[in-house]
Design a protein around this ligand. Structure first.
Ligand code: HEC
Length: 129
């Protein structure tokens, strides 16, 4: 189970590294997750028969959290690209209305992304086991 302390610790670290506004924090990501993602991926994010376990994104990628893949997936999904073949697309307009924020990715690239996407990425990161 994730604790508030762990979330806070992550935010403190993220603030140090890149700036952590309330809108891009893991806490913000957690509520976005509950609203937009839990229906398919589960409240515990452990997925199901047809839906991947989001607590094992890093494990599936060989141990390192694949931030770029996650950001691409969320950005593409939010922009209406068909990221999930066969699954009906819910309305993710809310994920697009956030302000843009610049993100320094793990790979040393800098990208502009809507704040909700950054928050979801930050939240998913805290779930890895
Ligand atoms: C309609 C059901 C559905 C919803 C809603 C949904 N997903 Fe997914 N998600 C899937 C399916 C199915 C896959 C696997 C197929 C794929 O990768 O496109 C997937 C894959 C993913 C992956 C890639 C995992 C990996 O390791 O390859 C991520 C990350 C992800 N989803 C995050 C999210 C987030 C965050 C949200 C909420 C904004 C969300 N999903 C909403 C069904 C859904």
């Amino acid at each position: 189970m994730m604790t508030q302390r762990r979330l806070f610790g992550f935010c403190a670290l993220a603030t140090l590294l890149a700036g952590c506004s309330p809108w891009t924090s893991p806490q913000a990501g957690r509520s976005l997750y509950a609203q937009n993602c839990a229906a398919c991926h589960g409240a515990d994010a452990q997925g199901g028969a047809q839906v991947p376990d989001l607590t094992r994104i890093a494990a599936r990628a060989g141990g390192a959290y694949p931030q770029r893949m996650v950001l691409d997936k969320l950005d593409g999904y939010a922009r209406g690209a068909v990221a999930y073949q066969g699954a009906e697309m819910p309305n993710f307009g809310d994920l697009l209305v956030g302000r843009l924020t610049r993100v320094e990715t793990d790979q040393g690239l800098s990208r502009q992304l809507p704040e909700p996407i950054v928050a979801l990425d930050a939240y998913l990161r805290t779930l890895q086991r």
